[in-house]
Design a protein around this ligand. Structure first.
Ligand code: FES
Length: 153
């Protein structure tokens, strides 16, 4: 009795429809939003050094890419959210930090510093959060989401 013939491994291929999807979602070299079913490329901007943020107690205001961002160090990891409170514009970077929440110094709304979600009123909506990465000694924030807003659908 002979051994069964080995079945050849299937070829890896990318369906043409997938390629067309990728190609059609770049206009003039500008990637677009995943929310629109399109591609987003990271846009990291340096906002400080590791040494600056290592001993951070509370928040630190950084202005980058035209935005005011509150950066927090929670248990050795950095997080970034918009610094302007959506209630009346209070400076979240100056708020007291308790656990994973920052308290708006003007009227006391609490926001999760990891997600930007509002936890208590009077603010009714959260703030945007930004991915943070450490590259060497640089702390960088990804502004890709802001960028996609500026791109025409
Ligand atoms: S401005 Fe932040 S709670 Fe009012």
């Amino acid at each position: 009795m002979s051994a069964p013939a080995e079945t050849p491994a299937p070829l890896n291929f990318v369906p043409l429809a997938s390629l067309m999807f990728v190609v059609s979602n770049f206009e003039a070299g500008q990637p677009k939003s995943l929310a629109e079913g399109k591609c987003v490329m990271a846009h990291f901007v340096k906002v400080g050094s590791r040494a600056e943020l290592e001993d951070l107690e509370g928040g630190k205001l950084v202005e980058a890419d035209g935005q005011r961002i509150a950066v927090f160090n929670i248990g050795g990891s950095c997080y970034a959210i918009e610094s302007t409170c959506p209630h009346r514009g209070g400076p979240l970077a100056e708020g007291m930090v308790t656990g994973e929440e920052v308290i708006c110094p003007w009227h006391g709304s609490r926001f999760n510093v990891k997600t930007g979600a509002v936890m208590t009123p009077p603010a009714r909506e959260g703030v945007k959060s930004f991915p943070v990465r450490v590259t060497g000694d640089d702390v960088e924030i990804d502004f890709a989401e802001r960028r996609f807003i500026t791109v025409k659908p």
